[in-house]
Design a protein around this ligand. Structure first.
Ligand code: GTP
Ligand code: MG
Length: 403
């Protein structure tokens, strides 16, 4: 598939650039790129530095005319900011269809090159601001995004909202609810709201959300907000793909806050206590104090920023401009120290590795030699007949011998 992808890439960029040249520009195919040698965490497996261009030239395959036209149309529409093209491009990255998946990679690569050029003109600084917003179900995330989003489009920003709903595959999710709760924003011509497709796995969240972010930025959205419900692991995946991670907490009793994982509090650059209006102002203040003390005990994630706890109400708008001001202050501090750029670079690597892990695991689980013996060995392990270590060794041996 990688080879086919390479073939497609090579073709798509002609003319005026030859495929190999563009791949070099895009940083994919450089035999001597520093930092391209990598090691799987926890293993001794080395990735070879180069993808030989000889191999590439041996495998040239043309895009069909309709494919070429589709990609040209999507790309042109996307970078000129057409919402329909953006929506269609995101649909392309969601697809499970193998060939379309490859077309999506061709498109993405081209958008990445376009964006990198924009960044270069921006003095090497990211053009868009990516913010992840997470919190327990019903914390007020969508309502918050609606008012902040409206405020920002009013100031001339273009705002994209991606709603990651890890439960959508099993329960139908609450995305429809999200759409209706963001009624005003969804009618705004400078806003784009889209449930970020989750294909059922965490890897799915990582791949499609990351790719959707890139596409939104290519379409000129300078603020990308990613909403995720704080259940499961998706919030950690989202924290790994944004410039700033915001945790929204309702002014609720202890029980409702029990579910908030300590790990995710550590990842928060800002904690917003929501619904700070009417009778809820008093509990909101209490939660603010509690979290302020809790955050003091946690290790600082960055040199240039101390996480803060603020209160806001989407209903009365109180505190909303102040929250945004804090978010901008964070961005400015992180940009001027270079930490934001560093975070993005590290995230690219995390992204790549999570895709590799997902892919390798898929190949392992679906390998005929493994699939045949897996259930039996699992049973033996659960019954305590053989040790997990031995079972893993047997499976890995069967996999590597027949691969
Ligand atoms: N009093 C008050 N209620 C609010 C505020 N913001 C949201 N709510 C209410 O809280 C409920 C949940 O709001 P949402 O914005 O949908 O919360 P959410 O976190 O997006 O919910 P999920 O996406 O389902 O997890 C709704 O009934 C809102 O009306 C607020 O600022 N003040
Ligand atoms: Mg919501």
């Amino acid at each position: 598939m990688r080879r086919l992808g390479v073939r497609l890439l090579r073709h798509f960029y002609r003319p005026p650039l030859t495929g190999v040249r563009l791949l070099h520009q895009g940083g994919i195919l450089t035999g001597s790129l520093p930092g391209h040698s990598s090691t799987i965490p926890g293993s001794s497996c080395h990735i070879h530095r180069s993808v030989s261009s000889t191999a590439v030239s041996q495998h040239i395959q043309d895009l069909s005319g309709p494919e070429q036209r589709l990609l040209d149309k999507l790309y042109d529409g996307l970078i000129s900011g057409q919402r329909a093209s953006l929506a269609e491009s995101i649909t392309l990255v969601e697809t499970q269809h193998p060939r379309k998946k490859e077309l999506a990679q061709v498109l993405l690569q081209k958008v990445l090159v376009f964006r990198r050029e924009q960044e270069r003109r921006n003095g090497g600084k990211p053009v868009a601001f990516r913010v992840g917003l997470s919190g327990p179900p019903g914390a007020g995330k969508s309502s918050f995004i609606e008012v902040v989003g409206k405020m920002l489009t009013g100031q001339g920003h273009k705002v994209a909202v991606l709603a990651v709903d890890p439960s959508s595959c099993t329960s139908g999710g609450s995305l429809l609810g999200d759409k209706t709760r963001m009624t005003e924003l969804s009618r705004d011509m400078n806003a784009f709201i889209r449930p970020s497709p989750a294909s059922g796995t965490l890897g799915g969240v990582t791949r499609t959300t990351n790719e959707a972010i890139v596409l939104c930025e290519g379409a000129g959205y300078d603020i990308v907000l990613v909403e995720t419900v704080g259940v499961g692991q998706s919030e950690f995946a989202v924290a790994d793909m944004v410039d700033m991670f915001v945790l929204l907490i309702p002014p609720a009793g202890g029980d409702e806050l029990q579910g908030i994982k300590r790990g995710i509090i550590e990842r928060a650059d800002l904690v917003v206590v929501t619904k700070s209006d009417g009778d809820l102002v008093v509990p909101a203040r209490r939660i603010q104090t509690e979290y302020t003390s809790a955050l003091k005990l946690l290790r600082r994630q960055t040199r240039s920023w101390n996480p803060k706890v603020v209160r806001a109400s989407a209903h009365t708008f109180e505190g909303i401009p102040e929250v945004w001001a804090k978010m901008e202050a964070y961005r400015a501090a992180m940009l001027s120290s270079g930490e934001l750029q560093g975070r993005r670079r590290a995230q690219q690597k995390v992204w790549m590795w999570s895709l590799i892990q997902e892919n390798v695991l898929w190949h392992f689980q679906n390998h005929p030699a493994v699939r045949g013996t897996l259930p039996r060995l699992e049973q033996k392990v659960t019954r305590g007949e053989i040790s997990p270590g031995l079972a893993a060794d047997l499976l890995l041996k069967a996999f590597s011998e027949t691969s």
